[in-house]
Design a protein around this ligand. Sequence first.
Ligand code: FAD
Ligand code: MG
Length: 304
Amino acid sequence: MGTVARVVVVTPDEENAHHAIEQAFATIKHLESLMSDRDPNSQLSYVNQHAFAEPVRVDDAVFEVLIASLEYSRLSEGAFDITIGPLVQLWRTEQSSGIAPSAAAVARAKELVGWQNLILDPSQKTVRFAQEGMKLDLGAIAKGYAVDKALEDLWQLEMSGAMVDIGGNLRCYGKAPRGSRHWRIGLQDPRKDENTVLTLTMDDVAVATSGDYRRFALVDGKSFSHIINPSTAQSAQALSSVTIIAPTAMQADALSTAITVLEEQKGLQLVNAIKGVESILIKEGVFIMSKNADKYIIRRSHNN
Ligand code: FAD
Ligand code: MG
């Protein structure tokens, strides 16, 4: 998925551990092969090519992610939108060329974005586009979904504890390694990769961070984040880092992107309205926490 995946298991038997880890990676690879928009042979690419001409039947896993995506679009009033594909493609060209797209190209791509034009039929498990030229991009949700599914495997294989991390989308359960009472997660400084600004303590919970510091396009010395506000077609970069703590990794992944677009005020409103979800935002070096985020924080570095 264009990033690093890490699987940790806690179990007394080393052979079982290796078997379980292999299974978790096989699940992640399988989901990638279904949901990647870069792989021309993925099911998602097939949907992107054919779903305007006719309804396309998809795998249960893909359908589950599409249904959840529409739910997050509704919840965030369109800040989260997997039909963002045409705008993301312009952004990727900008990233590789260093040249900003023309206003006309942005306007054309923006016309193709709109979650209301994604039609899902739960009885047939089919996907259809109401508008020609639409393109789905699951970059903001599929990693979280894959983390949940890989963790489910490890649970079924009876690991006493486990953690799965795909590019900063992670979830853990049960026994922590090396006799620790809890799992500990370091949150990176958005400006300096090597620094940890916060340490979180977690049990049976997921964490995801969206940030503008790893993936950006540089044009005329100005950087543009890969997270795009669907209503303006502009990069969302008021917040330099958005960390969401949630019951599932898919929820944390999708919400971290949605809150990046919604920004501080509306973002916190949404987080505080969802049970079991907390957020830690960083804006110009300042931390902004949701109501109960404190309970997960065990250490802050000195300069914060
Ligand atoms: P997140 O905030 O979780 O997601 C941001 C991404 O979501 C953006 O990059 C964009 O794609 C999309 N997005 C932007 N704005 C919105 C919005 N408003 N609503 C919804 N979505 C939005 N990267 C590679 O370089 N090479 C690969 O081969 C590759 N393969 C991938 C395969 C899969 C199945 C997935 C899920 C991702 C893949 N990626 C690949 C993408 C890479 O991992 C992305 O950069 C990543 O998904 C961004 O994740 P994030 O956690 O940094 O940010
Ligand atoms: Mg995300």
